[in-house]
Design a binder for this molecule. Sequence first.
Ligand SMILES: NC(=O)c1ccc[n+]([C@@H]2O[C@H](COP(=O)([O-])OP(=O)(O)OC[C@H]3O[C@@H](n4cnc5c(N)ncnc54)[C@H](O)[C@@H]3O)[C@@H](O)[C@H]2O)c1
Length: 188
Amino acid sequence: MQAESDRRVAIVTGAGNGLGKAYAIALARRGVRVVVNDLGSEAEAVAEEIGRFGGEAFAARCSVTDEQAVPAMVADAIGRWGRIDVLINNAGILRSRGFARTELADFKALVDVNLIGAAVCSHAVWEQMRAQGHGRILMTTSEGALYPTPGAAGYAAAKLGLVGLMNSLSAEGAKLSAVSTNGTDLRL
Ligand SMILES: NC(=O)c1ccc[n+]([C@@H]2O[C@H](COP(=O)([O-])OP(=O)(O)OC[C@H]3O[C@@H](n4cnc5c(N)ncnc54)[C@H](O)[C@@H]3O)[C@@H](O)[C@H]2O)c1
């Protein structure tokens, strides 16, 4: 039987609806403790649903772009469960409109939530994962980034930016993990 301290912990952003909700429930059904992040009360609803089938979860209502609330969410999870094994950067928004009619504020909002939000959340778990010597961060990009469709410039820019973020963190994480196995701290 698995010890309580061995149970994995995952943060799923935008987990109040859609794919994020499905990830959160699927993880909880496998015994993973889940932080259900979303903007509003749907986060509590999903955490309660998980509780009803005997899973463990808590709701963390905040925007993934909030540089104070996100580290607080991570600290709360570590305080309760002592570890962060998985971060699924799932929260995203899509606004379809031709480029000429796109307000720059909307373009920035797309980049802010889809790309910067993933960076804020990844940054908040990075030190914990480094200290643990392991961790997994998943990015949610889109076919719209590689095979663009008209009317989604901000979305495509943000989602392709995520690929760059992912590749860079992957290289850095691999280096850190090589370092931790031979005991030398070569923190970048
Ligand atoms: N559904 C698809 O076909 C599809 C295809 C490609 C990529 N994606 C990507 O998958 C992810 C999930 O898609 P979905 O269809 O389940 O979307 P959805 O709209 O059903 O769910 C997204 C969730 O993210 C939350 N959210 C939005 N902004 C947030 C913020 N600032 N902070 C925290 N939460 C926030 C929303 O409240 C919502 O609950 C998105 O990143 C989306 O771009 C989806």
